[in-house]
Ligand binder design. Structure first.
Ligand SMILES: Cc1cc2nc3c(=O)[nH]c(=O)nc-3n(C[C@H](O)[C@H](O)[C@H](O)COP(=O)(O)OP(=O)(O)OC[C@H]3O[C@@H](n4cnc5c(N)ncnc54)[C@H](O)[C@@H]3O)c2cc1C
Length: 443
């Protein structure tokens, strides 16, 4: 928990986020203290904060980027109240080693623990328990924000509350989050009870989500290649924390991870191998219950480090949209059918159920209903497919998730970058959404 200041590094880099597209030349600075961040903000005309680059598209890319990874100190942890205060570049992964042994976990966590707290706030991330627990902002007590003029303000529900809500899900456009205090959730065990339910098609999946709504966590893997009567066949994973025993020692379980080598051959992932894998996964899945630990339940993908490399140099695009309950079946059906008709199939599909959005959380992605996330390898035909998917989602009153976006129509996000003042905090995404017409002409 000590603060050690080093001279700030700045260098030109070829930068991309998790989808490896787009890849741009950027000047990246690596401050290790708030003062250096302030100097950079004052020195540059336009900057954007970057966490760990785990958003998929262009949200933390820009010509001038401030990497927050060097602000990585845990300032204080209160093991009685379960409140932790950290600098914004701290990874969720780092927090787990402090809090799990003391019997605490996150109320809300996304599907990877390799994201920073600043990134979690700026995208207002959600987990598999949105109906019960909302987004990351629901459990955020307050944060320090560095503004364009170099001043720092504390934001909470009571203090500077408008700025608080603009910043949660505000994609870094209000300023730079320097530190935050988060309320954690009590756990007595690292074990969860998990039930697997097989759903032969999309309708059955949505019914299963409804029937099991009492489970705290629910997420479905969907076979994006199945068609006809099997369209949308899925495995629904439900889970809940167990009580544990007094003798259980609590530590975040860390299995040996495998790292995908650079430039892994992208031919490994193709419609034939994915079809075979999906068929095997669905057919071999056993319904029933078992015990799984925190890592297996919340972060299964993290075991294969840098799995994004499997998509090769061209990268991939995740298209995640949310639809109201009443239109979810129709919309997901249309989206999957359109992708099949055009011969562009998603390699990984995930469905989640969402609850009501608090009215103050103006920029949070989830709305009451369902979201579907589809991973598509990037091909030239994909952009025109996404335009068509956008139209389906728009017509049915849905929206897309900016944390994953790279080419959707600006209206789909239902966030208007031009309403954010000032213009200092500027990313490629902001440029794309704010100046959609000019941008499309240029590209
Ligand atoms: C495998 C995987 C699974 C995922 N699962 C989920 C999920 O279940 N739910 C979900 O909601 N998301 C999920 N995501 C997306 C991810 O959680 C978010 O994109 C998250 O914001 C990434 O955080 P980051 O630290 O990597 O930030 P970056 O990706 O670097 O940046 C994301 C945004 O935050 C801004 N930002 C970062 N730091 C700061 C700061 N200090 N101050 C101001 N702005 C800042 C950036 O400008 C950018 O707009 C997943 C991503 C991956 C790779």
């Amino acid at each position: 928990m000590s603060a050690g200041h080093q001279a700030m590094r700045c260098k030109q880099e070829l930068l991309s986020n998790w989808g490896n597209f787009p890849r741009i030349e950027a000047e990246v600075c690596y401050p290790t203290c708030a003062d250096d961040v302030r100097k950079e903000v004052l020195r540059c005309e336009r900057v954007i904060a970057r966490g760990n680059g785990r958003c998929y598209g262009d949200a933390s890319l820009g010509t001038h980027v401030i990497s927050m990874l060097g602000l990585n100190r845990v300032r204080h942890f209160d093991p009685c109240q379960g409140v932790i205060e950290v600098e914004a570049g701290v990874l969720l992964d780092q927090i787990l080693d402090y809090v799990v042994p003391a019997g605490w976990f996150f109320h809300v966590t996304p599907g990877t623990r390799f994201i920073t707290v600043g990134g979690a706030i700026a995208c207002d991330v959600h987990g598999k328990n949105h109906p019960q627990k909302g987004c990351f902002s629901n459990w955020l007590l307050d944060f320090e924000l560095l503004k364009a003029d170099g001043s720092t303000v504390r934001c909470s529900r009571q203090e500077n509350s408008e700025l608080f809500w603009q910043t949660c899900g505000g994609m870094g456009w209000t300023g730079i989050i320097l530190s935050a205090r988060i309320q954690l959730m009590r756990i007595n065990s690292i074990w969860l009870r998990q039930r697997v339910v097989k759903a032969p098609n999309l309708e059955a999946l949505l019914l299963a989500f409804e029937a099991h709504r009492a489970w705290p966590y629910a997420v479905a893997w969907l076979d994006g290649l199945s068609r006809g009567g099997n369209l949308g066949r899925s495995l629904l994973f439900l889970s809940e924390h167990t009580e544990g025993s007094v003798s259980e020692s609590l530590a975040f379980p860390r299995r040996k991870a495998f790292t995908v080598p650079p430039y892994a051959p992208s031919f490994l992932l193709n419609p034939v191998t994915i079809r075979a894998y999906n068929h095997f996964r669905f057919a071999s899945a056993q319904e029933g219950e078992r015990l799984i630990d925190l890592e297996a339940c919340f972060y299964p993908l993290d075991r294969l480090r840098l799995w994004n490399r499997l998509y090769g140099r061209r990268g991939f695009i995740q298209y995640q949209f949310c639809l109201p309950e009443t239109h979810a079946a129709q919309g997901m059906n249309q989206v999957l059918t359109l992708s099949h008709q055009q011969g562009i199939v998603p390699f990984l599909c995930v469905v989640k159920r969402h609850g009501d959005r608090p009215p103050e959380a103006v920029h949070s992605f989830p709305e009451r209903g369902y979201s579907l996330a589809l991973d598509f390898p990037r091909t030239s035909k994909l952009f025109s497919l996404i335009q068509q998917l956008d139209e389906v989602v728009w017509q049915l009153g849905g929206k897309i998730y900016l944390a994953k976006d790279v080419c959707s129509a600006p209206k789909l996000s239902r966030i208007y970058p031009q309403h954010f003042a000032p213009d200092k905090f500027w990313s490629l995404m902001r440029e794309r959404l704010q100046h959609a017409d000019d941008y499309q002409k240029k590209s």
